[in-house]
Structures are given as structure tokens and as C-alpha cells.
Write a protein that binds this ligand. Structure first.
Ligand code: ADP
Ligand code: MG
Length: 691
């Protein structure tokens, strides 16, 4: 067996044959380096082994090690079990694993194993039940005479955590010296970080919890630093592309504001001045405008658009669905009624000829503001002078689609609106290059929305309540996670619910079904009937479809609410209470566990979107928070965006300082850092920064 390197495939590692290599590959582990960075999920404490003769059956935790002198399997009975007997020089013990059939291939007579767990008595003999166990291949080299932290690895398929532990334990002494330091020495010293090779080793086999904490801190810092370096580099690149400065003036400001039949809220004013300042610069704006549904983001975006138009430039406004694009278009047209601003809609649902005409006029500079879906960025849409792109990510913050449109202009200013309350901490650091404005105040005259969590058995009462509300001339949404019934779940689907409600409980009120699979014109028809009150109850499936502003809708019932993320539910309930009246949102938890309902109670207590988002992030991770689409967030192995926030901030500061001093990371002491960064983020940098 020759020497190994970090790139050596695992199948060439001693103790790993082709079969195990395949099993490892299923876990994403191909090379020695992958193996070294396949970190334990947690640690179990294995107590120092004690002589069997000294055990008492007192239900205390103990560890023993000895030879397997007998094994047996009892597959029948209520609880099948696997058992064995262990012996050392001082005595013997029985060990039993209920449902332990899988152990037959792992524990055989003649082997030495250590078991660790509670000691009891069964038929007057000392016995362990369901203990942790470890195979001792070389008793003399295994440290059984002191307490030891045992790594527990994410296992999969045929590969147990114990087996992985063993493989890694064997490879560590041979590979540790191969692990290069990638951080410059002064940083290592200034931040008091453990050297990399030591840290990787201690991630697997720490002396104690404290050492593991140090190792973890080092690796988490490194991860954050690499991510932030990527962001810093892209930012440097972007800043070097000039944009059209869009100047404002008191006169322009006055004329724009005159378009709105209300005063902007203080929060809107703050966002407007952030944006105006950005637009006046020669460097492209890159700003995230966050605010709950109905907080008045569109109005702020329109302000920005009109500023661009006043500078004789073009603006593209993109919405995630046609319904929303049309709605934006209509709203904006109303604000602009009687002005000379030329605004057009461009969506797939239009006739080919109509679209062609719009495209032509766009290219000729005969349109000032175009509103559309992502169709705007696809194909051959050309602008004569695109200076501002506004993206409405109303429902989900998807980083991906953005890349396309930015290529269209010279270097357009860029504004993304989102109702996903991205925790401030996350926005600041992960989306490090996006500036953020938050609208944290609703326009005046809105009602309050009260949220209640109901259990499934309370549904009759809920329906009774909804009926009373409908009788009082209000409108209601019923939201379901599914459109069609599915064989895989017993969840009620919107389609079934619609038939039931329309034909039964709510038949006097005009019920309609709305879902994403309906043809566009039918959706439009249903929406307009709901808007003008002919339809009083809307049974809807997909979130996006209810992205519609109907002020008289005062009740929302979300069924199987546990299926949704908290942030998503928060956005959903933003649909009601848009008129002056108070509204009620009822979340029906259909889950089998009470946990499902418990989680939802956060929404009863707070209406602070950021707090809710942070809860979501904690409970379900960023993938959930940002929707099922590619969220573009980097995958972090060690760092935790919430728990390690301070570390992240530190890494952010350090990385920006590094890039400032060495923009290309060309200095010799930055070489390894550069290589690692590219390895981690090559091809992903645009995503990371919304490029
Ligand atoms: P968002 O895009 O954040 O969902 P909109 O900009 O669409 O919010 O505004 C929601 C509603 O509130 C619209 O009907 C809009 O006319 C109204 N609105 C916006 N800003 C104000 C304000 N400052 N005062 C009163 N009403 C406002
Ligand atoms: Mg809106």
C-alpha cells in the first residue's frame, strides 16, 4: 500500500474495499479529503471500561469490554431480539438488543467488543439492554481505560456510524499531516484559531468537549470566511461596472409624490431615500426591499421607476406569475393615469403579435416601463436604455432567476422586493452584497389580523364561525396545501374541499376554486368574481394564486397548516385585513402530533415577520424559509447561520479586509485560501450574490 494523498480515492484506503467504497460514495464520500470532512453529527460518551466482576445491576451507565462467547437471535415473539454473552477475566454479562436482527452480521463469537449503556438485572444475571457497542479490533491499542467521546456519524444504507468511525479513525493518523493550513498565519494568531490539521482531527476524535468546541469554531470560521470571500470578490467586480446615475431633484420628487393619493409612511420615506441615494451613484444599486405583503413596497418601487423615467431611461418590473404581473400593471396604470409615462405589459398569455409589437417598441425606446413575468428576461427582449430592474419576489426569495435580466442593460440598477422576512442577520451576512431597506410599518387605516390555531376536531366550530362572518358580508379564503387528492397522504385536497363546501356547509355563499393548474383566463374570471363579491369564498391551493388584493376578505382558514413554513403562513395571512376591518386567520393543525400545533402558536403571539422567519430558520433551515426553489444559499457543513452569527460577522469583516488588501487573492499567503474558495464556490458565486 503506497502513500495516500487527500485526493486518493477511498477504495485505495486500507480497510476500505470496493464494496465499502461504494457505500461511502452513496454518502458523498469519494476521496480521503471527503472522508476527513465527513464530520460526526454528535458525540456519545463512552465511560472507561470496568471489570465485569465489579458491575452492579443498579441501572447506572457503565462500559465493559470483552470477548463474545455466545450469540443468539430470537426472531419470534412480540419483540424479537439479538443477544450475546461477553466475558473478561473477572466475569460475564448478557447483552440484548431488541429488534437487533441486523447485528447478526456485525457481532460474532470470538470478537472483542465494548458495550456502553445502563446495567440491569434479568433472571438474576447482569444484563445490558440496547447499549451502544463498538468493535475492538486491536484491544491493546484501544483506549478503554479512560472516558472517551465516541463520534456518531450520519450513517446510511449498509454503513453504520460505528463502521465509519472505524475507517476514519484508521485514516486519521496517516492523513492528518496532509491537511494544509489555508489561513494566513497572522489571522490564525489574531483570531486564536486552532491549526487546521489539528482541528480536522479533533472534529472526529476530540480529547474532550472543550477541544471539540475549539475545533468546531475553527472550521466554522473557515467556512464563513470562504463564503464571505466569495461575496467580497464578486462585489469588487460589480462595483467596477458603471451604471447610469439617475439624478433626482425637488421638482421630480414633488411630481412623483403627486402621483400617490396618500402620503408615504415614514418607513416608505426611508426606503425611498435609500434608493434615491443609490440611484444617484454611478455604481449599480443592489438593494433588497423587504416588507410584509401590503406594506407598500410596490409604491416605493414605482417611485424608483419614475425617477428613472424622469431621467429618460427605461424600467423593467418583473413579477413571479402572470396574475401578479397583470395586477402590478393595472395598479401602476392607475397611479399613472393622465401622465405621459408609457407603460406596457408583456406576458406569455398575450397574442404573439401583441408581444412582438411591445418588444419592438421596447427596443425603439417607445416604452418607459414594462411589466411582465420572467418572459422579460428570456429570448430576444431588447431595451434601448434599461436603467432599472425591479423584481417582485413577493412570495419566495429565489436568487436564481435574477441573473438573466441583468445582462440586458448596460449595468442596470437593481431592486428586489420580497415579502419573505429574511432575518436581518442573514440578509446582512449571507446576502452580503445586497443592501437592505425594510418597510416595517403598514400604511394607516389597516385592521388588525388575529391568528388562532385550531385542532382538527374543532373544524365544525371553525365552519360555524366562517358562516357567521360570511353572513356579516365578509369574504373568506380556504387554503389547502394540495390541489388534488393524493394516494400518499390522507390530507384533504382543495378540489375535494371545494366540492364539499360548495355543496354543503357554505352553499349559500358562492364558493369558487382557484389553483395553479387552471387556465389563465379561468383564473382571471374567478379572481374578478371574488374581487367584485359575486364569489364570497375562495378555496385555493397554491400560495401564489392568492397574491391578490381583495380588501373585503377578512377571514382565512388554512387547512393542514403544519405543512407550511411559518414565514409562508405569515405571508398568507397578509392577504386578509387589507381593508379597514379587523380580520381573523385560523390555522387548522391537522398533524398527528401536538408538536405541529405548538409550532404554529408562534403565529398567534407575534406579527413580527423577522422573529417568525428566525424561528423558521431555526426549525426548518434556510431551504424551507426560502421556498422549495433553489435558494442559492451555500451549504454549510459546520457553521450554523444563527448560532454562529458572531463568528460569521467576524469572518465577514476579515474577508472584506483581505479582499481590500489583495483584490485578486494573488499574494502567496492567500494562495491556498483562493484555491479553497474556488473549490467551494466556483460556479456558485453569481448565485450567492444574486449576480
Ligand atoms: P406591497 O407591494 O408591499 O404588497 P403595495 O405597494 O401593493 O404593497 O401597497 C398595498 C396597498 O396599500 C395598496 O392598495 C396601496 O395603494 C396602499 N398603500 C401603499 N402605501 C400607502 C400609504 N403610504 N398610505 C396609504 N395606502 C398605501
Ligand atoms: Mg405587492
Amino acid at each position: 500500500m503506497g502513500d495516500i494523498t487527500l485526493d486518493t480515492e477511498v477504495r485505495f484506503v486500507k480497510g476500505v474495499g470496493p464494496r465499502r467504497a461504494e457505500q461511502l460514495s452513496a454518502l458523498g464520500v469519494e476521496t480521503v479529503e471527503d472522508l476527513l470532512t465527513y464530520y460526526p453529527r454528535r458525540f456519545g460518551l463512552r465511560r472507561q471500561a470496568q471489570p465485569m466482576g465489579t458491575l452492579r445491576g443498579d441501572e447506572q451507565t457503565a462500559t465493559v469490554a470483552g470477548e463474545v462467547v455466545h450469540t443468539g437471535y430470537k426472531p419470534f415473539g412480540r419483540r424479537p431480539y439479538f443477544e450475546c454473552t461477553l466475558r473478561d477475566e473477572t466475569g460475564w454479562v448478557g447483552v440484548k438488543w431488541f429488534h437487533g436482527g441486523y447485528l447478526r452480521s456485525q457481532i460474532r463469537e470470538g470478537m472483542t467488543i465494548a458495550v456502553s449503556g445502563k446495567v440491569g438485572v434479568y433472571r438474576e444475571a447482569i444484563q445490558f439492554v440496547n447499549p451502544e457497542f463498538q468493535t475492538i479490533w486491536a484491544p491493546e491499542s484501544t483506549d478503554l481505560d479512560k472516558d472517551e467521546l465516541m463520534p456518531v456519524y450520519p450513517a446510511g444504507g449498509q454503513l453504520s456510524s460505528g463502521r465509519i468511525a472505524l475507517i476514519i479513525k484508521k485514516v486519521l493518523p496517516r492523513a492528518k499531516h496532509l491537511i494544509p493550513e489555508i489561513l494566513p498565519g497572522d489571522l490564525l494568531a489574531d483570531r486564536a484559531l486552532m491549526p487546521r490539521a489539528d482541528a480536522v482531527a479533533a472534529m472526529h476524535r476530540p480529547e474532550d468537549r472543550d477541544q471539540w468546541g475549539q475545533a468546531r469554531r475553527r472550521m466554522a470560521y473557515e467556512e464563513c470566511l470562504l463564503m464571505q470571500l466569495g461575496i467580497a470578490l464578486v462585489r469588487m467586480r460589480e462595483v467596477s461596472r458603471p451604471a447610469h446615475p439617475l439624478a433626482g431633484s425637488e421638482e421630480i420628487d414633488r411630481r412623483i409624490r403627486a402621483r400617490f393619493p396618500f402620503e408615504l409612511t415614514a418607513a416608505q420615506d426611508r426606503a425611498v431615500s435609500d434608493i434615491s441615494a443609490d440611484l444617484s451613484r454611478e455604481r449599480p444599486m443592489n438593494r433588497l426591499l423587504q416588507g410584509d405583503v401590503g406594506s407598500g413596497k410596490t409604491v416605493v418601487a414605482l417611485y424608483a421607476a419614475l425617477l428613472a423615467v424622469a431621467n429618460r431611461k427605461q424600467v423593467a418590473i418583473m413579477a413571479p406569475t402572470e396574475i401578479l404581473a397583470v395586477q402590478h400593471y393595472r395598479n401602476i396604470r392607475q397611479y399613472l393615469a393622465g401622465s405621459r409615462v408609457r407603460i406596457e405589459l408583456l406576458v406569455g398569455g398575450q397574442s404573439r403579435q401583441q408581444r412582438q409589437e411591445t418588444r419592438h417598441r421596447l427596443a425603439e425606446g417607445e416604452i418607459d416601463i414594462v411589466v411582465g413575468t420572467h418572459a422579460l428576461v428570456e429570448g430576444d427582449v431588447r431595451f434601448s436604455e434599461l436603467a432599472l430592474v425591479v423584481v417582485d419576489e413577493q412570495h419566495k426569495f429565489g436568487v436564481r432567476q435574477r441573473s438573466g435580466i441583468r445582462g440586458k442593460g448596460h449595468a442596470p440598477h437593481y431592486l428586489v422586493m420580497t415579502a419573505t422576512p429574511i432575518p436581518r442577520t442573514l440578509a446582512m451576512t449571507v446576502f452580503g452584497d445586497l443592501d437592505v431597506s425594510v418597510i416595517d410599518e403598514l400604511p394607516p387605516g389597516r385592521g388588525k389580523t388575529e391568528t388562532r390555531v385550531a385542532r382538527r376536531n374543532e373544524i365544525p366550530g371553525v365552519l360555524e364561525f366562517v358562516r357567521s362572518q360570511l353572513s356579516a358580508d365578509r369574504q373568506a379564503y380556504f387554503i389547502y396545501p394540495l390541489v388534488n387528492p393524493s394516494a400518499n397522504t390522507d390530507m384533504t385536497a382543495a378540489r375535494d374541499a371545494y366540492e364539499e363546501l360548495a355543496g354543503g356547509e357554505l352553499k349559500d355563499f358562492g364558493v369558487a376554486l382557484l389553483h395553479g393548474q387552471m387556465p389563465a383566463d379561468e383564473k382571471d374570471r374567478v379572481m374578478s368574481e371574488f374581487r367584485d363579491g359575486r364569489v364570497r369564498v375562495l378555496v385555493a391551493s397554491v400560495v401564489v394564486e392568492v397574491g391578490v388584493d381583495v380588501p373585503s376578505a377578512g377571514v382565512m382558514v388554512v387547512m393542514h397548516a403544519e405543512r407550511f413554513g411559518l414565514a409562508q403562513l405569515h405571508q398568507l395571512r397578509g392577504r386578509i385585513g387589507r381593508g379597514g376591518d379587523d380580520a381573523v386567520c385560523i390555522l387548522v393543525a391537522g398533524g398527528s402530533t401536538d408538536m405541529a400545533g405548538k409550532r404554529l402558536e408562534v403565529l398567534e403571539k407575534t406579527s413580527d415577520g423577522f422573529e417568525i422567519a428566525e424561528q423558521d430558520l431555526r426549525l426548518r433551515g434556510p431551504g424551507e424559509l426560502f421556498g422549495t426553489r433553489q435558494h442559492g444559499l451555500p451549504e454549510l457543513k459546520v457553521a450554523d447561520l444563527i448560532e454562529d452569527f458572531d463568528l460569521l460577522r467576524l469572518a465577514r469583516r476579515d474577508s472584506f479586509a483581505i479582499v481590500k488588501s489583495d483584490p485578486g487573492l494573488n499574494a502567496p499567503h492567500h494562495q491556498r485560501l483562493r484555491t479553497e474558495m474556488l473549490k467551494a464556490y466556483a460556479g456558485k458565486l453569481d448565485l450567492l450574490t444574486g449576480g
